[in-house]
Design a protein around this ligand. Structure first.
Ligand SMILES: *Cc1c(COP(=O)(O)O)cnc(C)c1O
Length: 392
């Protein structure tokens, strides 16, 4: 269970103070890394006894407790070897032959895995536009989609908000209420927002997952994931999945993630402020065709983000004048911004998502997904401005 001394603390404090060792004279302030695959044990093991490191290790616990405190659940997070492993555990809640509804714009590997479930397990997959609450809920209810007969309600509604890479913002409370009314579970990939900006369990979502690789760890040096729930039965199912699939994390990676988490509030605060400033300047630049960032008043997601989130995140969607060739030229002309996939690191990075053949075809060919880091805003702008200057 989560340390009761963290109750009532703000997220900016929790990232620093949750998951610390017991305070005692001479005790370390940071948890140790324990390298042991097995634990001394004989006879019938007790319920909380450490037994074997695929099941649980004390090096995972501080991070799992800190993340649980941040997302607002008394049940510890379940750390996984990657974000995709955590997502696969959550999608395992859809039974063979069941129905899954997910955003047409979400992490492309999640969509790929859903298609795999459709082929292997007879799961019916509906891709929806999370912007359109009514369309999402119609798909969840399963009634008369594309003129077909009533197919019964979905087992799971999957939500990303803001979406990767389109930055659409979902009306999470409305989706959760409607999905629950129809009898569907709701899972949310909260990677883009982080628990500092959005806590889906507080909106009633059943499961939350993170690619810890991104903002939570924050330094582009580990691959890690986590799943969380407030429901003891779902927690038991997700734990069984992790133990039987062995999708577990190494102790060093989890320790690094906890170390990264300590500065999450500072990093996110800085990156968000810089992202908003850069989005404003980009929107006024003659070499820019369009900009998406939920913090811009003219952005389609602005009203919802303002109402539902404690910030706007630090991702920008940019379409330069001149199409995909101009987007590639812009990436090549940058010196400070790193051309790379992934996001949420201290370093600013960007990529044209459609360079991957697997990216959704409704994502514009020339869309650059920009992950704003924590460098000086003027240095980032100067680099963008000189690179945009090569296009016009
Ligand atoms: C990166 C990412 C994932 C996958 O996480 P990994 O840690 O790379 O497995 C899932 N969802 C979103 C939104 C992501 O950005």
């Amino acid at each position: 269970m989560t340390d009761p001394s963290t109750a009532g603390l703000s997220p900016a404090t929790l990232v620093v103070s949750a998951g610390r060792p017991q305070r005692a004279q001479g005790a370390p302030v940071n948890p140790p890394v324990v390298l042991s695959s097995t634990y001394v044990s004989q006879g019938v093991p007790g319920p909380d006894e450490l037994l074997y490191a695929r099941m649980s290790t004390e090096t995972w616990h501080p991070f799992e407790e800190a993340l649980a405190a941040l997302e607002g659940t008394p049940l510890p997070a379940l750390v996984h070897g990657s974000g995709m492993a955590a997502i696969a555990s959550a999608l395992s809640l859809v039974p063979p032959g069941g129905r899954l509804v997910l955003p047409r714009h979400c992490y492309q590997v999640t969509i790929g895995y859903a298609r795999d479930l459709a082929q292997r397990s007879g799961v019916t997959v509906d891709l929806v536009d999370v912007d359109d609450t009514e369309a999402v809920l119609a798909a969840v209810r399963g009634a008369a989609v594309r003129g077909a007969a009533d197919r019964g309600a979905a087992d799971l509604l999957w939500v990303e908000s803001p979406t990767n890479p389109m930055l659409e913002v979902a009306d999470l409370p409305a989706l959760v209420a409607g999905a629950h009314e129809a009898g569907a579970l709701v899972g949310v990939d909260n990677t883009f927002a982080t628990p500092l900006v959005q806590r889906p369990l507080e909106h009633g979502a059943d499961v939350v997952v993170h690619s810890v690789t991104k903002y939570l760890a924050g330094h582009s040096d580990v691959v890690l994931g986590a799943a969380l729930t407030r429901d003891p039965e779902l927690h038991a199912r997700l734990l069984t999945y992790r133990t039987t699939h062995g999708s577990v994390a190494g102790p060093f990676e989890v320790w690094l993630a906890l170390r990264g988490l300590r500065t999450l509030a500072l990093r996110v605060e800085r990156a968000q402020a810089t992202a908003l400033e850069l989005a404003r300047r980009l929107a006024a630049h003659p070499a820019v065709a369009s900009v998406r960032h939920p913090g811009l008043p003219q952005d389609p997601g602005h009203e919802r983000a303002t109402r539902l989130m404690d910030g706007y995140g630090a991702i920008i969607g940019l379409r330069p004048v001149g199409g995909a060739a101009a987007a590639d030229a812009l990436v090549a002309a940058l010196r400070l911004w790193v051309p790379a996939t992934s996001l949420g690191g201290v370093e600013s990075s960007l990529e044209r998502r459609r360079r991957f053949a697997t990216e959704s075809v409704t994502v514009p060919d020339d869309l650059l997904r920009m992950s704003v880091g924590i460098e000086d805003v003027e240095d980032l702008w100067r680099d963008l401005d000189q690179a945009l200057g090569t296009l016009v």
